[in-house]
Design a protein around this ligand. Sequence first.
Ligand SMILES: NC(=O)c1ccc[n+]([C@@H]2O[C@H](COP(=O)([O-])OP(=O)(O)OC[C@H]3O[C@@H](n4cnc5c(N)ncnc54)[C@H](O)[C@@H]3O)[C@@H](O)[C@H]2O)c1
Length: 326
Amino acid sequence: MSVLVTGAAGFIGMHVARALLERGEAVVGLDNLNSYYDPALKHARLATLEGQQGFAFHAAELAERDEVFRVFAAHPEIDRVVHLAAQAGVRYSLENPYAYVRSNVLGHLVMMEACRVRTGLKHFVYASSSSVYGGNTKLPFAPEDRVDAPVSLYAATKRADELMSSCYAHLYGLPSTGLRFFTVYGPWGRPDMSPWLFAEAVLTGRPIRVFNQGRMKRDFTYIDDVVAGVLAALDRPPAAEETGRPHRLYNLGNRRAEPLLDFIAAIERACGRTAEKILEPMQPGDVEATWADISASQRDLGYAPSTRIEQGIPKFVAWFRDYTGL
Ligand SMILES: NC(=O)c1ccc[n+]([C@@H]2O[C@H](COP(=O)([O-])OP(=O)(O)OC[C@H]3O[C@@H](n4cnc5c(N)ncnc54)[C@H](O)[C@@H]3O)[C@@H](O)[C@H]2O)c1
């Protein structure tokens, strides 16, 4: 028995792989180590996994069917999949839309096909995103809300993943769970995301660009809470009789919409400095607020996020300073 974790050199993937290894599971990691952001960070994350008992890694490209199928063939023991590899980031999807369709749509299909033909596959868990809620004004966002008006191509590819997975659950009975993550932050986080950009600006004395004149709210979710949610979901494959098809969607957020300026203030406190803020207009593709209704994940998964930003940000900043030397 083992778990394939795609995106294992990524932020969430590394933490999920580590948590699975810690509870004694065998983990096969897959990642193409691409240069969307500095691959040195991906190698450094991988270095924390390599050498651990029960861990194997394959550099492979999701969109190349043969590469993915080779990984499955090399590991007949894989019986569950946590599919986190994707082209992430909202803003970059305006610059390089093709990367999103290749990794997130074609890549998702390849993963579903590999799972479909794997006899005895127990559960396919995959990453979706709060961005599927688009510009919805009903807050908090709930999994049963309509999500047919994405405001970025990234969001559209994530919604496509949900629909494709629902279809495979219907056609082939592939037990699948999609997890809509809400702005995940913490040690080993992503350099293109706001916590990293803000901490870097504060510590190097550069101004912070604050979009939508600071009138933004985000449900920031600490990595340890997200990892607990992913593992809880993995352990509970959906049964077909619940919904007519074995596919479910959950929000993994922190059920709080934090004003962005409060989040920046918490980073400043953790860094012991303040930064000049440059207020800028809303960016295309961005949304003003995210806020997760997590009642379904609490009820079905026992998901119980407990980390407030006052606790999570100092942990992120401590790691950031150590990693970057700033
Ligand atoms: N971090 C967040 O706040 C957040 C929020 C919502 C959704 N998500 C989703 O969660 C998942 C993990 O996000 P993350 O923050 O860890 O991102 P990440 O970029 O750190 O990790 C993704 C990993 O996937 C790999 N990858 C990308 N395309 C690939 C391909 N075609 N073939 C093989 N490997 C590929 C990358 O090299 C990277 O290491 C993604 O699906 C992302 O869309 C993340």
